[in-house]
Structures are given as C-alpha cells and as structure tokens.
Design a protein around this ligand. Structure first.
Ligand SMILES: Cc1ncc(COP(=O)(O)O)c(C=O)c1O
Length: 350
C-alpha cells in the first residue's frame, strides 16, 4: 500500500493528512463518471449504494466534507428555531464554524459529553417539553462517535444505545457525527450496523482514517436523504463528475476499514512511550487513533514546543491550552511512532 509522506516528515497532526493510495489513484483515473446533480454518475451511485448497504440504511448521499454532511443532517431534521441537543465538546458545537446557528438557524443546547457520550442526565436536563410556548421545540440529539476532543474515545454499543433510546423516549430524532464511526466499530469488533440501526442518520468521513482524499457520506431514510439533497444543492455542494472522488471513496470503504486496528495499536504504543518520557498522557477508557497529552508547566510555551518538534520533522496538533493531540494513520507505522517519541524526548530535554 502506497501512502506517501512528504520527505521524512512525521505528520501526526490529524488522520486528515493521509494521501490517497495507489489503488485510489488508479480508481480515480479510470472511474466512469456522469453529472451527479442529475444523478447520472455511476461511480457516485455505486459508492452511495455501497455505503447505504454497509450501514443498513435506506439511502445515502455524498457530501463534500464531514462539516457539510452534519449540516445537511441538521437542516433536514430541523426547522429554524428548533432545538438540538449536542455535546458541549462536540465537533458540531465547537468546530464547524458556528454553522448550527449561522446557517441551519437551530438552537443548540450543550450536553455533558466530557467522557465521549452525552450523559443520560444531561439529555434529560436539556430537553424542553413541547407544549410550553416559551420553549424552542427540541427535535434532535447529535452524538459523536468516536469522540474527537474527549480523546478519540469510541462509544460502546451499549452506552450508545442507551443514549439513543433516551432521546427516542423523549420523541427526538438522533443524528450521529460518525466521522470516525469505523474506528469505533473496529475497536469493539462489531458490525457498524450495531450503531447505525439505533439512529435516524449518520455521517461518516472517507477522508480521515480511511484515507480517501475527500468526502463524507450521510446515511438515513430515503425521504430524509431527498431533503438532504436539496440542502446540499443550496449549500453549493451539488457537484458534477464527482465520481472521480467517489472512486477513491469506494476503495477507502472497501479496503481500508480493517487496517484501522493498526492505527489503534500504534496510538496505544505512542501513549506508552510518551508516558515513559514523563508526559501526562490523557487516560481514556478506550484508545483508538488519538493521543492527547499536556505539556508540563516546566517546559517551554506550547508554540515553541510545537515549532521545535516541527524543526525536527515532527508535526503535532495544538489542542488548546497546553494540550497537544497526536493522531496515528495509514501514513505512520510503528517505527514512525518510535521516532516521534524520540523527537519529543529530545525537545523536552533541551
Ligand atoms: C468528529 C468530527 N466530525 C466532523 C468533522 C468534520 O469533517 P471535515 O473536516 O471533513 O469537515 C471532523 C473533522 O476533523 C471531526 O473530527
């Protein structure tokens, strides 16, 4: 598998930095294409059908990015002014440019998701009963699996199902930001349908650990996907010969899921090595492909630390405060992990 990294750079900033494999590039080169806005792109249709089947959902639609897929879901589930429950640390709440309010026009209510899954108490506490004229009508719960800022934490089927059932019992729809849902499924060794069958819609990214150069998929019932198609067009996400992207996405979805376990193994090793170097590595109940650690007060300021690592060819992600994130992916093997830990020890010691 060719997953080139530029020069000797060890890029741990994100799993979004992966480069398309040779198989993806070949598939893109020879992909049959058509105008996808007319529904005429055979490669795109194949990808969407494959994804819908894989997740056991009625239908699926391609989105240019995870952000767009989540936004299409919000706009398709909710009317303006309606209420959406979402984690206070979720990507949709914190990292999607305020589009929940600014574009979808919905009212977000933050939940306690500090350990990944929104707690049942916070779902109950944030829900506003219908019938009271003062309240935004609460219509949707958004969950994130794996949960990025909680540490790439995969939510178990049990915990996930309890939260989804709680939302259902309140009459809410459930959307999952499953940018890395296959990491969760692979981690727990379960069929991804164990998650998708509990919810109304799910978005996952082709362009993260699965290694495709672009794109996400939103899955749900056929009628929901039709609404999402309209919103995608309005958002400028209707593309023409997008089968070029779909061809790489199909390779990603078929061939790259199982290997996510390697990323998890490498992240676990990285966590051990960093702890061995004296760093406070965030302890998470389950580790997928992310490692967060906190830079000790005794060392330099965070930007100097990141810069010093970069000068030695190691790229890291600064995650706010003195927190740093490292993400393993297909472009990084065990020896890259060992080299990265070596660079970090060297910079800490200087
Ligand atoms: C959990 C999660 N959801 C959604 C997204 C958005 O994906 P994109 O960058 O493709 O818009 C990301 C991106 O990193 C993410 O980590």
């Amino acid at each position: 598998m060719n997953c080139e990294q530029p020069g000797n750079i060890l890029d741990f900033r994100s799993d979004t930095v992966t480069k398309p494999t040779e198989a993806m590039r070949k598939a893109m080169y020879s992909a049959p294409v058509g105008d996808d806005v007319y529904g005429d792109d055979p490669s795109m249709n194949e990808l969407q059908n494959y994804a819908a089947n894989l997740l056991g959902m009625e239908d699926a639609i391609y989105a240019c990015s995870g952000t767009m897929g989540n936004l299409m879901a919000l706009m398709s589930h909710c009317n303006r002014g309606e209420g959406v429950l979402m984690g206070a640390n979720s990507h949709t709440w914190k990292n999607e440019g305020g589009n929940v309010a600014g574009i979808a026009g919905v009212m977000p209510f933050p939940l306690d998701d500090s350990s990944g899954c929104p707690t049942i108490e916070s779902i109950r506490g944030a829900y506003l009963p219908s019938g009271n004229v003062h309240y935004a009508r609460t219509v949707l719960l958004v969950m994130e699996n794996t949960h990025n800022s909680a540490g790439g934490v995969p939510i178990s089927v049990d915990t996930f199902t309890r939260a989804a059932l709680e939302a259902k019992s309140l009459g809410l729809k459930v959307h999952v930001d499953g940018a890395r849902i296959f990491d969760a499924a692979v981690y727990f060794g379960v069929d991804v349908k164990e998650y998708s069958s509990k919810v109304d819609s799910i978005q996952f990214c082709l362009s993260k650990g699965l290694g495709a150069p672009m794109g996400s998929i939103l899955c749900g019932q056929a009628e929901f996907i039709e609404r999402a198609r309209k919103h995608r067009k309005a958002l400028g996400g209707g593309q023409r010969q997008s089968g070029i992207a779909a061809a790489a996405g199909l390779v990603a979805l078929r061939d790259m899921r199982d290997r996510l376990a390697d990323d998890h193994k490498n992240a676990a090793l990285l966590a051990v090595l960093l702890a061995g170097a004296g760093l406070t590595v965030e302890d998470v109940p389950h580790r997928t492909n992310m490692v967060y650690f906190v830079l000790p007060d005794s060392s330099s300021d965070i930007s100097a630390f990141v810069r010093d690592c970069a000068e030695r060819g190691l790229l890291l992600g600064s995650a706010g405060g003195r927190r740093i994130r490292m993400v393993t992916h297909v472009g990084l093997d065990e020896s890259a992990v060992r080299s990265a830990a070596g660079v970090i020890s060297e910079v800490l010691a200087q």
